[in-house]
Structure formats: C-alpha cells, structure tokens
Design a binder for this molecule. Structure first.
Ligand SMILES: Cc1cc2nc3c(=O)[nH]c(=O)nc-3n(C[C@H](O)[C@H](O)[C@H](O)COP(=O)(O)OP(=O)(O)OC[C@H]3O[C@@H](n4cnc5c(N)ncnc54)[C@H](O)[C@@H]3O)c2cc1C
Length: 261
C-alpha cells in the first residue's frame, strides 16, 4: 500500500507552498501515477493542480500562442485558434500517445517531466518558447537542462507556455510503435530571421541541431539538407534504434518537415 498526503490547493500560491523535495504536482497524472504504482517514485505529498482555473486555457494573439500548463493535449489538438496560428502544434499534440493519454496528459506535465522522447520540448525549442512560472519567465533554451531535468526550482510551478508564431513550421515523428513516444522527432520552424531545427528522442535531452538550422537558414529548401550526415557519437542507441539509425532518421525527418511546411 502506497501512502501519501493528497492536497487540492485552491491557487498557485498554496500549491507552491505545499511543495517539498518529496512532493509531486499532479496534472494529468500520466507520469506521476504509473511512477507511484510501479514504485519508481515515492512522494510524501501529491499536490493536485487540476482544479486551479488560472492554469488552463489557450490564448492566441498575432505573434504568440500561450497555452496554460494544465491544458490537455486533446484540447490543443482540437483548438481551431492554434490550428490557424501554428498548425504544427495541433499536429504534434494530436499525435501524442493515444486518446486516453491525450485526454489526461498536459503540456505543463510534459515539459516539467522533460522525458528525452517527449514531443512538446522540441516545439518549445524550435518556436522560441518562453516558460511562464509563478516566479519568472524562462526561455526554452535555458529550461531543458538534461535527461528528466529542468531549470525549475523547488515549489516552482509552470503556469503557461508562450510560443512564437513562426512563418512556417512542421513536426515529424518516428514513433515508438507501442507508446508513440518519439524514437526521434524533428520540429522545424522558419522564423523571419532564422530557422530552428529542434530534435527530441535522439540524445539525453532535446536540442537544436545547429548544422541543420544553419543550412536551412541560408536556404530553406529540402535540397539544402538532402543526404546530410549527422554526428551520431552522442546519440542514443537502444533496442529500438542504433545511434547511426537515429542520425539518419533525424536528417531524413528534417527534410520531410521542410517539404511539409
Ligand atoms: C502510454 C503513454 C504514451 C505517451 N506518449 C507520448 C508521446 O507520444 N509524446 C509525448 O510527448 N508524450 C507522451 N506521453 C507523455 C504524456 O503525454 C504526458 O504529458 C506526460 O506523461 C506527463 O503527464 P501529465 O501531464 O499527466 O503530468 P503528471 O504525470 O501529472 O506530472 C508529471 C511531472 O511533472 C510535474 N508537473 C506537472 N505539472 C507541472 C506544472 N504545471 N509545473 C511544474 N511541474 C509540473 C509533476 O510534479 C511530475 O513530476 C505518453 C505517456 C504515456 C503514459
């Protein structure tokens, strides 16, 4: 029997105050609940943030799309406003896991957990996202610090993620056939002055592929990166894909993303 204190704070301030080194926030529970059940994590306090209204919802302006932390993947996938502003984001959200995961899992939970194969971190990096927490604003480039690690401090809560609207963007994923997590995922975003190619699943944490980004900034065409060989020395190698195979997939899927833009 696993025992813990279950809290339902009324606002962000109370939620943050309850946090300790042995607590977890409960958003959709898609990672927290299985981790508890399998004994991979134990918490003294589980702080349910689902009913804090401020944390949910989508706002779209001409230049940005801001998604509240407890907004579910299914809500992003179904949003006509997001579809109009950044269609690549609805595509990404609509291809996360399965219907059950999309109806429980949240953007805040996804980025705070920073699974090396999660999809949203790549969108954050490519779309120059700013992570709004209860105490500061963190650029995506400084938020994802390592495998399952972020810049969040104890008691710091993600409130929303603000994405820059690009000129064009696309997300291509080679999914694990069982979980749908990315064996590799490539998010290409063309902004006014630069192109960002963010990669998930290939290394211990999401990253910007500088070589692909540079080539595409000079010339935004699939021929500019056709057959490009990438360094695989720091890439993951496991039962699903060798590092060489992953490197080849990243190059190929970047090309597919450019063609789909
Ligand atoms: C079968 C399966 C398939 C999946 N497939 C994919 C996939 O294809 N692509 C993909 O990207 N993801 C995938 N996921 C992950 C899923 O989409 C969830 O986003 C992820 O599991 C986090 O779950 P959650 O949002 O319910 O957060 P929770 O499980 O509730 O929380 C996860 C962690 O984040 C912290 N946290 C939650 N919210 C906040 C917040 N606002 N501020 C600070 N910390 C917070 C919690 O303390 C906890 O440590 C899959 C998950 C499952 C179970």
């Amino acid at each position: 029997m696993k025992t813990f204190n279950y809290h339902t704070p009324k606002d962000v301030k109370e939620a943050s105050k309850l946090a300790s080194t042995s607590s977890a926030f409960l958003a959709g529970g898609m990672t927290t609940i299985p981790s508890l059940k399998l004994g991979l994590a134990t918490y003294k306090d589980v702080i349910d943030i689902k009913s804090i209204k401020k944390l949910s919802g989508i706002k779209v302006s001409g230049k940005s799309v801001t998604i509240g932390a407890t907004t579910k993947h299914a809500e992003v996938a179904a949003s006509k406003d997001v579809q109009k502003a950044i269609p690549a984001l609805t595509k990404l959200a609509g291809n996360i896991g399965d219907a059950q995961v999309r109806n429980r899992g949240t953007i805040g939970g996804s980025i705070s957990n920073n699974d090396p194969s999660a999809c949203y971190p790549s969108a954050c990096m490519a779309l120059n996202a700013v992570i709004h927490t209860n105490s500061r604003k963190i650029p995506a480039a400084k938020f994802f610090t390592g495998m399952f690690e972020t810049a969040l401090k104890k008691g710091e809560l993600v409130e929303a993620v603000e994405f820059e609207v690009p000129e064009k963007a696309d997300y291509q994923k080679h999914p694990n056939p069982a979980s749908r997590y990315a064996i590799i995922g490539v998010f290409v975003a063309k902004h006014k002055k630069e192109v960002n190619v963010a990669v998930t699943g290939a290394k211990s944490s999401v990253y910007i592929d500088k070589d692909l980004s540079k080539k595409l900034t000079s010339s935004f065409s699939s021929s500019a990166i056709e057959g490009m060989k990438l360094d695989h020395s720091e890439m993951n190698s496991d039962m699903h894909a060798s590092s060489e195979y992953r490197a080849n997939l990243v190059s190929l899927y970047a090309k597919k993303a450019v063609e789909a833009c």
